[in-house]
Ligand binder design. Structure first.
Ligand code: NAP
Length: 305
């Protein structure tokens, strides 16, 4: 069983029969460094759920064929990570409000050929922010740096939470402009040019800065800009959780800001998925311990949800 759990499947190597009585997996590309199997395996064991959780390497073009196989084999559910969340949304037969609100699916429940799509990233992020900073997210003015798949989904979540003001900044400005126009009817939302002065001005009227950048761009390595971007008491949340000493968070802390990385979001989105699949309360402390153990010693390269 341990061999199956540590395997990385792709379409040709997917098992023809169920590896566990209740079988789950995380799908994405790249998927080798995903921490989700460790978290879910520990949670299943803790409540005596007859489940197992594997990893499947697949890109968006191959997702349909893999999903067909998971359906015929009888997998009970799965998670999707980058770059599959929009395509998985399209492939579902039914979509929960959480998926419709964010336009993407990270958690699927499968029953008798019917796929029900959910998105636990949004609420998982809200819980992580509130836990890290002891605040109510809906009261925060937020500056988003990065509006790729994850950043745009979280900005949508913030708009549904009723946050008073969203600043939306992205290197490719068309994404910020389009998202601001989409969110504005239900939430005050402003596109911010990807330039020093407008970014610093937006930060000065924000309570929380959320970075979903996959890179630390030269603009954000300029000490003068960092001095004006960060201030004591500002909350700064970086969705990444590796390496442990993320440069943006180090720079923010050095200037008195309060920081959190993406581990809390990874934990809470997994806990919500677990509850959707099992109907049981998630054993949060055990899942948190499993996450910490799987990071120590840390993975040599990037890890993903
Ligand atoms: N903690 C969790 O549970 C969790 C969940 C989901 C994602 N994540 C993490 O969040 C991060 C983002 O994921 P994603 O799916 O949103 O990725 P993505 O869709 O590829 O988006 C990447 C973002 O980074 C920006 N970017 C990349 N290089 C840049 C550069 N040199 N200068 C300026 N901007 C740059 C992109 O801007 P452009 O649009 O201009 O290209 C885009 O906004 C990843 O590290 C992922 O692992 C964590």
């Amino acid at each position: 069983m341990a061999d199956v759990a540590s395997a990385i499947w792709c379409l040709p190597s997917l098992p023809e029969s169920l590896p566990w009585p209740k079988s789950y997996a995380v799908l994405g590309s790249p998927i080798a460094h995903s921490l989700s199997p460790a978290i879910h395996q520990a949670a299943f064991a803790a409540i005596g759920w007859p489940g197992g959780y594997g990893r499947i390497e697949v890109d968006a073009a191959g997702l349909g064929a893999v999903v067909d196989r998971l359906k015929t084999t009888g997998f009970s559910g799965w998670n999707c990570t980058a770059p599959l969340k929009q395509e998985m949304f399209r492939l579902c037969d039914r979509r929960a409000v959480t998926a419709v609100q964010l336009g993407s699916v990270n958690t699927v429940r499968h029953e008798k050929g019917t796929l029900e799509g959910h998105n636990t990233d949004g609420k998982g992020w809200v819980l992580a922010v509130e836990e890290a900073f002891s605040v109510s997210l809906r009261e925060l003015r937020i500056l988003f740096l990065g509006l790729g798949g994850a950043g745009a989904a979280l900005a949508r979540q913030a708009s549904w939470e009723g946050c008073p003001l969203l600043h939306l900044a992205n290197r490719t400005s068309s994404k910020a402009l389009a998202l601001a126009a989409e969110l504005e009817p239900r939430c005050r939302s402003q596109a911010v040019p990807w330039e020093e002065a407008p970014l610093c001005e937006a930060a000065s009227s924000a309570d929380l800065l959320v970075s979903s950048l996959t890179d630390d761009p030269p603009l954000l390595r300029n000490p003068g800009l960092l001095d004006r971007l960060f201030r004591p008491g500002l909350f700064v949340f970086d969705l990444r959780y590796w390496p442990a000493d993320l440069p943006l968070l180090e720079a923010a802390r050095a200037r008195g800001a309060l920081t959190a990385n993406g581990l809390g979001m990874l934990l809470h989105q997994a806990a919500l998925a677990f509850e959707l699949w099992t109907g049981a309360s998630a054993p949060l402390s055990i899942m948190r311990e499993a996450l910490a153990a799987s990071l120590s010693p840390g993975p040599a390269e990037k890890v993903s949800g």
